[in-house]
Each structure stands twice: as structure tokens, then as C-alpha cells.
Write a protein that binds this ligand. Structure first.
Ligand SMILES: [Fe+2]
Length: 423
């Protein structure tokens, strides 16, 4: 459980909030690249409590601007995207990807208004099939990080985004919670013999280590009498989870396929759930991954099979023990259901946590500590993500002897160990 004050510090992410300002010091993924085309339709996107518009100009440059024209406030998303700029539909004010006004056609011919006029623009980068942005102060902008999925061959990394209708921390906590895998995502009835290690051993031992980049934790299960199964998840600040692949005993196509979650705040009460799938050795079928997730969304990225329709939970199928034991189709949709039904911002003063929530507790501790340190010093060392070699920070599934520790198999390099106060 958390005090009301700590819950507020953890969850409030709008402009001016401590957590929001801390997160803005990091580069963050925003729009999937294939949503944009040169001179194509501008995309409205709410991010960190701000309404923005994203567009690709005639040269393929990507702009991320305040949605509202600085003239009278109309949405620039209605505007014409042509000749290297976005032109407001109302009086024709035109802006380039840097937010500079290029033209004010309804003003007198000798008007200097355009030259002086700028709309708020955030810097963008394109990598890993996404448009990324930095929303913090210009003078604190860190170098752009280099994540492993940026280096995949064509077709071997795919991304999609959908709205989680709850606070970012709640959505993320579902992904640092290996204990729920054999219950919520159960594939066989309770009366039948379990199929997977996570169903056979419902009581994984969760062990957490704080690191320079955030934390990592391992869920250790008994695979059989003579083997342990480790699933090590990476949790880099401020909102990532790197989920381990299915591992050496899984079918070939799932063995090394990796999943990255980014839970990017849309505002206090909604979150962009961005998933990257990658595997250098295979082509990722994006449509198939979306179908497997179970999540279906409308043109504004809100789920059409969400809470309003009670996740289309199929009680007959549950009774008949057909398909998923949850009656909800798809792993991601199951996760959305349990997190969203806590409420948009869960009241964590009312929870009762157990041993299975170890990593959830550690995640909160990490976030609150980072936010407090930031409030006191104005610094957030982990925001310089370019200093890390992210190939050293992967999530792994592995099997090992019971007389060994998981850290023997996955030691944390010395330069990734936390500073003393964070240990
Ligand atoms: Fe889950």
C-alpha cells in the first residue's frame, strides 16, 4: 500500500508535476511511423497532458507541434499539409516542423507577423519504427539513446500503440508482476495438469536488483526436480518493461522474440501502451501480433472491446473451459482488464500486498526515489540513456541448476550497479 501523498507523487504527470517533469527529461516514443506519410494526414496526439499534432512534411521530416494555432486556437490537425508545412484551415497560417511560422496570408503584404510567430514544437527522431520526442527543457536535452531494436533488419521490428484507460503506473505494474502469469493468462482449467512452467509453479520467487538504469527482477520457478526456470525482466526508468522471450524450450518462432513495453503517459488517467516486437532472425507479422494481443481500437486508439463492453468476457466459454480461462481473448486485453477495473487512478491506500507483489513495490520505490531526488536536485542521472550499452540490458529466459543463483547465470556488470544511495 501507499500513502495518499505518495500515490499522488507517483501518478500525477501533467505539466508542472514532479513526476511529469522528471519523465520529460527522457526521450519517449510517441507515434508509429507508418501512421505518417509525406504531406499526409496530420495525427492528433495527447502526450503528458498536452494536446499535440504530428505531421510528416514534403521532405519526410517529422514535426510535433502544439495542436492549437497560436492565432485563434483552431486545431492544426484540420490543416493542409503541403509544401513543407502545416497550414491552418482558418486563416492560412503555415508552420514548418520546427514550429516557425512561414506565412500569414490574411495579413497585410508587408506584415512581419509570420517572422515573429512560432508555435511550440518538440524535437523528434525516428528509430525502431517510431517517432520519438523530447518534451523537457531545451538545455537539458540528453543525447538520443540507442536501443537494440533500432538495429533490426527490415521487417524484424514492429510496433503498435493503443490507449490504456488508467494511469501509467498501474498499467506498468501489470508488467512487473510475473506471479499473475499462471493465473490471469492460464491456458488450462485448474483441474487439469498445467502446461507451462508458469502454470506448474504458481509461487515464483521474485528477486529485485536496483541498477543504474532502473531495476531488474527475476521470477524463479521450479521447472522440475532438477531444474529451475528464471524469467528476468528489465525495468528501465521511466516507463519501460523489457519482457523476456519464451526461451530455449519454446517453439522456434517464439524462442528469441522480444517484447518491449513503453507505458507513456497520455495524461494522468490514460496511457499509451506501446509495444515493440523484435527478433533479428525472423520477420514479425504486425497484424498477427495485434490479433494475438486481443486489443481492438478505433481511429483515436481507444479500445472498442474495453471496459464499456466488459472486455467481451465470454462466461459460457469460461464455464465450458474453452479457450482462455479468463473468458477474455488475448494476453494484452486480459492485462488491460485487470488494470483498468482498479479505476483510472487506483486508490493504493486500500490495497493488501503480498510476497507476489515484490517487484511492484520495488518499482514504486524506484519511481518515488527518482522523483524526490529530482525535486531536490533538479537532476535525473538515468535520463542520459545514451550512456548505456542497451545490448547489455536485455530480458532473458533461462534454465539452471537448483544449487545456483540466477545472478550466477545473469550477472549484473559492475558499471550497471547502482550508486550507493540507490542500492
Ligand atoms: Fe499479464
Amino acid at each position: 500500500m501507499l500513502s495518499h501523498e505518495d500515490n499522488e507523487l507517483l501518478c500525477r504527470v501533467g505539466p508542472g508535476s514532479t513526476m511529469g517533469e522528471m519523465m520529460r527529461r527522457f526521450w519517449m516514443p510517441a507515434v508509429v511511423l507508418n501512421e505518417l506519410e509525406p504531406d499526409g494526414k496530420p495525427i492528433r496526439i495527447r502526450l503528458m497532458g498536452e494536446d499535440l499534432v504530428c505531421f510528416m512534411d514534403s521532405n519526410g521530416e517529422v514535426g510535433l507541434l502544439d495542436e492549437h494555432c497560436p492565432h485563434r486556437g483552431s486545431s492544426l490537425a484540420l490543416g493542409a499539409n503541403e509544401d513543407c508545412g502545416l497550414r491552418c484551415l482558418f486563416h492560412g497560417w503555415k508552420f514548418d516542423v520546427n514550429g516557425q511560422c512561414l506565412d500569414t496570408p490574411a495579413e497585410p503584404e508587408n506584415s512581419k507577423l509570420a517572422k515573429a510567430m512560432k508555435v511550440k514544437a518538440y524535437p523528434t527522431r525516428v528509430a525502431g519504427g517510431m517517432v520519438w520526442t523530447y518534451m523537457g527543457p531545451e538545455e537539458n536535452q540528453p543525447e538520443f539513446p540507442h536501443f537494440p531494436w533500432f538495429d533490426m533488419p527490415e521487417g524484424s521490428c514492429e510496433a503498435f500503440r493503443v490507449i490504456y484507460e488508467c494511469n501509467y503506473s498501474q498499467a506498468l505494474e501489470g508488467a512487473v508482476d510475473s506471479s499473475h502469469a499462471g493465473v490471469l493468462h492460464r491456458s488450462v482449467p485448474w483441474s487439469e495438469e498445467a502446461r507451462w512452467p508458469h502454470e506448474k509453479d504458481l509461487r515464483p520467487k521474485l528477486e529485485v536488483e536496483f541498477t543504474r538504469y532502473g531495476l531488474r527482477y527475476c521470477a524463479v520457478r521450479n521447472a522440475d526436480e532438477s531444474t529451475k526456470n528464471g524469467r528476468m525482466t528489465q525495468v528501465p526508468l521511466p516507463f519501460y518493461t523489457f519482457i523476456p522471450p519464451d526461451g530455449p524450450k519454446a517453439p522456434e518462432f517464439r524462442r528469441n522474440r522480444r517484447l518491449i513495453n513503453a507505458f507513456v503517459p497520455r495524461d494522468d488517467e490514460t496511457t499509451w501502451h506501446i509495444q515493440f516486437f523484435y527478433d533479428a532472425g525472423q520477420t514479425i507479422d504486425r497484424q498477427h501480433r495485434i490479433e494475438e494481443s486481443g486489443v481492438v481500437w478505433d481511429e483515436n486508439f481507444f479500445k472498442t472491446n474495453g471496459k464499456d463492453v466488459w472486455y467481451n468476457q465470454n462466461r459460457e466459454a469460461m464455464k465450458a473451459k474453452e479457450g482462455n480461462m479468463s473468458g477474455i481473448t488475448g494476453v494484452a486485453l486480459e492485462d488491460h482488464a485487470v488494470s483498468e477495473t482498479m479505476g483510472r487512478i487506483a486508490d493504493r491506500t486500500k490495497e493488501h500486498l503480498g510476497r507476489s507483489d515484490m517487484a511492484v513495490v520495488a518499482f514504486r520505490r524506484m519511481m518515488l526515489r527518482a522523483a524526490r531526488h529530482f525535486a531536490e536536485t533538479g537532476e535525473i542521472p538515468e535520463a542520459n540513456q545514451a550512456k548505456f550499452d542497451w545490448n547489455e540490458i536485455t530480458a532473458e529466459t533461462f534454465f539452471f541448476d537448483p544449487d545456483k543463483k540466477w545472478q550466477d547465470i545473469q550477472p549484473l556488470a559492475e558499471h550497471l550497479q547502482p550508486s550507493e544511495e540507490a542500492a
